[in-house]
Design a protein around this ligand. Structure first.
Ligand SMILES: Nc1nc2c(ncn2[C@@H]2O[C@H](COP(=O)(O)OP(=O)(O)OP(=O)(O)O)[C@@H](O)[C@H]2O)c(=O)[nH]1
Ligand SMILES: [Mg+2]
Length: 498
């Protein structure tokens, strides 16, 4: 037939698939329905004929790595089209001379002495031994973080460091990071073939099951990666959405998240996209639920419309609540700031409450309000809300419109800054830009430099003075009096104006 023939053979000896290719290649079909058998390798080996004289080529290695095949073997033919040599290759649990695979000595198929099954089984046990999955980590996602950038490397590194924190907040174990700089971003292929192969081999070696991209991916870019791999692929926005979904407690919060997730999914459903149906649980699939991800566009649109109505109704209740507050004329202070800056901790210390404050990004999602009485009989309401982060997509921000509306009511914003974070200056810029985007820059805003207990004080005091803010340690009530005094005098001023 002048075509290559390939067999995918199960360890039991059963032929799982027969693939008929063309003269110079075969294409292995998607194997998603075949289980991975618990081990690191797929439990299938591929043997195919070739009209070329050479043995295993780069394409074969790529297929083997991406599909985690037990073994790849190429049978070459002699001039009479009879079997000549069998070339084999297998993956290695550890790199040898910088390579992740190894070729076997070519032999005539009749002289093939080694036992395939023994070889595969010893490989597999070595894979497991070199990176055992700890009992506690079973069921957790194990991710390789990937950033593809055309911009500055330092920016990519900072953003990556934050992605690591985001991943931790989502309960994902981070096994490795890869940053690639490209001259130009390809609209279809986010990564070159070579890089993709490197990622696949690294994933295999580390036991990765999730690729987490720092950049937002287009449907075709997701496809170009998932076509070659059987790893789940999600991007930064999806990860943030997932964290939000797991944190939302209030009805309104849950509605907002579901809305944001559906809106995010919708454009990605326009092309038939395998990546979505691969989301069978875990990160990226929480919230609206996996079944919902599969329902068609029209039903999603219906759902979005319904959610919109419900949100409006909830918003009305909120409006009434706020109105009552207004009537009593209690000034409102809102805490804003980068995520993990210490907003909730500050609220807790000020009002002796116990809302959740944790060393996690986006620990707080739903807004909380508490009363606070100042020494001189001034009573205020102080509200804590969702933190900000860089590269927050506009749509996502919009999803929180009704929550963020609370901020419009504020008489004073306290912009809480974590000065112990080396990135604090950039974080201030991000928050200020977002405040501007939300048209909140008309409200008086006091900079509050938090966590001064963790930094060299003299240097920080200089910075704090320069920025005209107040330095505090939210964990320590004794450090808060300068803040309280400043806040009080600022409020008196604004109350007089009113
Ligand atoms: N050392 C020190 N740690 C602090 C201080 N203030 C807050 N923290 C810690 O910083 C972490 C984050 O605090 P949160 O209050 O949850 O921060 P947040 O701004 O509410 O963060 P999100 O709700 O996640 O956006 C917690 O582990 C706090 O214990 C401080 O003054 N000093
Ligand atoms: Mg918080």
């Amino acid at each position: 037939m002048n075509r290559q023939i390939g067999l995918l053979i199960h360890r039991s000896g059963v032929i799982a698939k027969v693939v008929v290719g063309d003269y110079d290649r075969i294409v292995i079909p998607a194997l998603s329905e075949v289980g991975t058998g618990g081990g690191r390798l797929r439990g299938l080996r591929c043997v195919h004929t070739s009209f070329r004289k050479g043995g295993v080529n780069e394409e074969d290695i790529m297929d083997m790595a991406c599909l985690r095949l037990d073994l790849m073997a190429v049978l070459t033919l002699d001039d009479d089209s009879l079997p000549a040599l069998l070339h084999g290759a297998h993956l290695l649990p550890q790199q040898v001379d910088g390579r992740d695979w190894q070729e076997l000595e070519p032999v005539h198929p009749a002289n093939q002495r080694i036992s395939c099954i023994e070889l595969i089984e010893s490989l597999e046990s070595e894979f497991v031994r070199s990176r055992p999955i700890k009992e506690v980590d079973k069921g957790r996602d194990r991710a390789l973080l990937v950033s593809v950038t055309t911009g500055s490397l330092t920016y990519a590194e900072d953003s990556m460091a934050e992605l690591v924190e985001l991943a931790k907040s989502a309960g994902v174990e981070v096994l490795g990071q890869i940053i690639q700089r490209r001259k130009q971003m390809h609209p279809r292929f986010i990564l070159g073939r070579g890089k993709l192969m490197e990622i696949m081999l690294t994933s295999l070696r580390l036991g990765v099951n999730l690729l987490l991209f720092d950049q937002e991916l287009s449907p075709s870019q997701i496809r170009s990666v998932t076509d070659h791999t059987d790893l789940r692929v999600i991007d930064r926005t999806q990860l943030i959405l997932d964290i939000f979904a797991s944190r939302a407690r209030s009805r309104e919060g849950k509605l907002q998240i579901e809305m944001a997730q559906l809106k995010y999914m919708l454009p990605k459903l326009t092309t038939r996209d395998d990546a979505l149906s691969r989301l069978t649980g875990g990160i990226g699939a929480r919230g609206p639920g996996e079944t919902r991800l599969e329902i068609d566009k029209r039903r999603i649109n219906d759902r979005i419309a319904r959610l919109g109505k419900e949100l409006k109704a909830v918003g009305k209740q909120r409006y009434h609540r706020r109105n009552r507050r207004r009537k009593r004329d209690v000034p409102v202070i809102s805490l804003v700031g980068y995520t993990n800056a210490g907003k909730s901790t500050l609220l807790n210390t000020l009002t002796k409450s116990e809302i959740k404050a944790e060393d996690l990004l986006f620990a707080t999602l739903d807004p909380t309000s508490r009363r606070l009485r100042f020494p001189q009989d001034l009573e205020v309401i102080i509200t804590d809300t969702v933190g900000f982060i860089r590269n927050l997509p506009a749509d996502l921000l919009k999803a929180f419109e009704s929550t963020l509306e609370e901020l419009f009511e504020a008489d004073l914003l306290l912009h809480v800054v974590d000065v112990s974070n080396p990135q604090w200056q950039q974080q201030v810029e991000v928050v200020e830009a977002l405040l501007h985007e939300l048209n909140l820059d008309d409200i008086p805003c006091l900079m509050v430099f938090n966590k001064i207990d963790r930094v060299d004080s003299e240097q920080v005091h200089k910075k704090v003075d320069q920025a005209g803010g107040v330095g505090i340690s939210a964990l320590n009530a004794a450090t808060l009096s300068p803040l309280l005094e400043t806040v009080e005098s600022l409020l008196q001023k604004s109350l007089q104006v009113r």
